[in-house]
Design a protein around this ligand. Sequence first.
Ligand code: ATP
Length: 515
Amino acid sequence: MATQEETFKKLVSHCKEYGFVFPSSEIYDGLGAVYDYGQNGVELKNNIKRYWWDFMTRLHDNIVGIDAAIFMHPTVWKASGHVDAFNDPLIDNKDSKKRYRADVLIEDQLAKIEEKINKEVEKAAKRFGDSFDETMFRQTNPRVLEHQQHFDALHERYKKAMNDNDLNELKQIILDEEIACPISGTRNWTDVRQFNLMFQTEMGSTADGAMKIYLRPETAQGIFVNYLNVQKTGRMKLPFGIAQIGKAFRNEIVARQFVFRMREFEQMEMQFFIKPGTEMDWFKYWKTQRLAWHKALGLGDNKYRFHDHEKLAHYANAATDIEFEMPFGFKEVEGIHSRTNFDLSQHAKFSGKKIEYFDPETSESYTPYVIETSIGVDRMFLSILCGSYEEQPLEGGDSRVVLHLPAVLAPVKCCVMPLVRKDGLPEKAQEILNSLRFDVKTTYDEKDSIGKRYRRQDAIGTPFCVTVDHDTLVDNTVTVRFRDDMHQERVHINDLRDMILKAVDMSHLLRSLAE
Ligand code: ATP
């Protein structure tokens, strides 16, 4: 059995080999933590975005979309707090010269302790079999208790250091925990420093007096500065939301794990404007809504969990992450934040404009509160690939790599193949392709044996392969081969469209979420 790490490495090369993701500027040896999406990657990514966009803006009457520019007035970032506080604590190992996030080193250490506890529990569960009482074991086993005490103490200390922004204490924790650099193996650390994650550039020629501007590190601020525009022109009543999909940029200190942490990435964010005092109800509502959206894809309910934040961002009064079980552990895919009225108040203060809502029911004006849902397209993309990738042994010692992608998200829904490249079969196959292309992304393949062609489609997650043979010319039936269980069925070509649409049409998935 391959380890999780090996599987992940294979997944990364699979993404390149099958046109999902390429390193940026690869002929120049790439650019750190920047990636390009290939011919299949872009289709999958667009489908993810459509699933999100339609869920938000179609299933919720009170949510509308916008598309704000990446460049924004620099004062936006002063007001939002990003100029002063969008920092990560960094630490360097003096021997390997490698740079780390101090908070991540400590969180990894916490995860290691948790792992030790879980191992003890697993071992005991095996030993005791059916009579195993896990709660009792966790409360009484001396080794588990010892690890748990260590975990709790470290956790408390870490939380306090982060909340107090105490960089010396973060370093002290790293020293006390004897955390070593994974590269050099030494504990020869520099002090912990703050590092601002925003990219800067200049707008206008220097002769005119260039203005320093930033590449947006989140799309949310484009929504906040358009709150009044949308509310007024759309005659929106509270509660209402504004959704946006777009690029964001962060000069991440440690960029690793493929498209999980990139310097240029894409976000799908929705800010939901509400009456102050109702935020905890809406926070709960959006937690439920968003988790349901993830789970509806069918990758396995047990692969998701909520993780409440240790340290609340400067603007938040409640925050949670939806985590997905990646091969490198449960990791954040989406954040749900109760942002209070922080952003709108700050923009009112810095712009001198009144940014409020007049409530016709109570005849008062106030600054709305905000619940935000923020998900990275690229992390979502990665979670779907991790949840779908399988190296499957087959009968007779053979094997295949198959992506069990949710059919609605698959880059290609159907591939039409003539059994042989003669006798009018290619023409018939083209005819079928032409009848399907208006409804679903369909491709054509006539090279190599049918078996090889099936494998190629499995590798990109195509749910249906349609084979045209000599009988097709006589009775207009084709062989449909299904990706996941590889079973085959004879189907009349008039029934193909409906059969495929039933499985891949996003409206069915959306309908299931509205029920
Ligand atoms: P992390 O703690 O992993 O750095 P974050 O808490 O800073 O993430 P948010 O600011 O809440 O992330 O951003 C919202 C979402 O944007 C995240 O849930 C993630 O999906 C995505 N995201 C953030 N940073 C990156 C990145 N560098 N690369 C890819 N996606 C990202």
